[in-house]
Design a protein around this ligand. Structure first.
Ligand code: TXD
Length: 329
């Protein structure tokens, strides 16, 4: 019988094999598009998840491989690396307490990102890296600085998730499929996120026009924004764990756009060097992701009220980034 050479797949590594890492690895494995490495500091966790996902691949008839490891050299020469290592906003031992603010994770997660950056620089300096760890914009900035990777090869995942939540809530409110809603949420991944209503569309019609004539227009929009802002905390309150299905799907979307050169415009945190008049900060904006990473940063023409909200967001990211400079750099 004729033997065909085994297909060569790109390599995707996950640093952190917890809820988001494990779920995203599973989603990716089911697409049969990349060999996967799951890394974690907890012994057994990545190995166990890899074994479980390997059987799922087998059911699907997939050809990709998946490996679990506690050894950094196993991530060598990855094409994509997804970083989820770190603490979450969950307070596990006290259900009565509200979820932590993302900023409260700063110093502990910064130490973790430092170690991760050193190892990615050593073993996989040509990878396209997607940062997921909170506080997102500050951790993306820190990773880019410490790893020294080119800015177009580092993004933070958040805006895609926030926008998908906005589309879901608005779709529910209006009885429209979220698929037919476009929304833009820029700025910080946190309380100061900036939903750009003027750029939002329903069935290709600007949202403002779509809601024209409804006397509860303001109420609908404010309600959807509030729910979007609070979704992360609400999920923690409900299930005592940080959201992971949608974050994993949003990370996969970015990875696929890179691996398959889709040139999709996705809201990601990226290092701004003058764009939007922002210097040396990672901020959520629309970017085009393709085979060379961030191919383009799309500069939206903001109006004064939008600029004001964006500025508030920038100040919040700036505060965290300045703290990072003091404690880590
Ligand atoms: O939109 C977004 N960016 C986010 C971000 C949406 C939701 C949650 N977001 C943040 O992602 C969350 O606040 C956390 O900072 C990360 C990861 O969340 P996840 O829910 O996956 O957390 P888990 O399940 O606790 O997994 C984290 C794993 C866990 O297995 C730890 O053992 C591991 O990280 N960990 C490490 N791995 C490697 N190296 C080091 N140093 C390390 N420390 C912990």
């Amino acid at each position: 019988m004729k033997k065909f050479p085994k297909k060569i797949f790109p390599k995707v590594s996950f640093i952190g094999s917890g809820n988001i890492g494990g779920t995203c690895a599973h989603l990716m494995a089911m697409k049969n598009i990349a060999d996967i490495v799951l890394f974690d500091i907890v012994k057994g966790l990545p190995q166990g998840k890899a074994l479980d996902i390997a059987a799922a691949i087998s059911i699907e008839g997939g050809e990709v491989s998946i490996t679990g490891t506690n050894t950094y050299s196993d991530i060598s020469d990855s094409d994509v690396i997804i970083i989820t290592a770190g603490l979450t906003r969950t307070i596990k031992d006290n259900n009565a307490k509200p979820p932590l603010d993302r900023a409260e994770l700063l110093s502990k997660n910064a130490k973790i990102i430092k170690k991760v950056a050193e190892n990615i620089k050593k073993y996989s300096p040509n990878a396209f890296v997607i940062v997921i760890t909170n506080p997102l914009d500050a951790m993306t900035w820190l990773f880019q600085k410490l790893s020294g990777l080119n800015r177009q090869m580092v993004v933070g995942m958040a805006g895609g998730l926030d926008s998908s939540r906005f589309c879901y809530f608005l779709g529910k409110e209006l009885g429209v499929s979220p698929k037919n809603i476009h929304s833009f949420i820029i700025g910080e991944h946190g309380n100061n996120m900036v939903p750009l209503i003027r750029f939002s569309k329903v069935n290709d019609v600007p949202l403002d026009e779509f809601l024209n004539g409804r006397n509860n227009r303001e109420e609908i929009i404010n309600n959807v924004i509030k729910k979007t802002r609070e979704a992360g905390g609400e999920i923690i309150k409900l299930m005592r764990a940080s959201a992971y299905f949608a974050p994993a799907a949003a990370a996969l979307d970015i990875a696929l756009s890179y691996l398959q050169d889709k040139n999709k415009t996705i809201l990601c945190s990226t290092l701004l060097n003058g764009e939007y008049d922002v210097h040396n900060l990672c901020v959520g904006v629309p970017v085009v992701i393709g085979s060379s990473g961030v191919k383009q940063i799309e500069e939206l023409n903001l109006q004064n009220n939008e600029k004001e909200a964006f500025q508030k967001s920038i100040e919040s990211i700036q505060t965290l980034t300045t703290t990072l400079k003091k404690i880590i750099l």
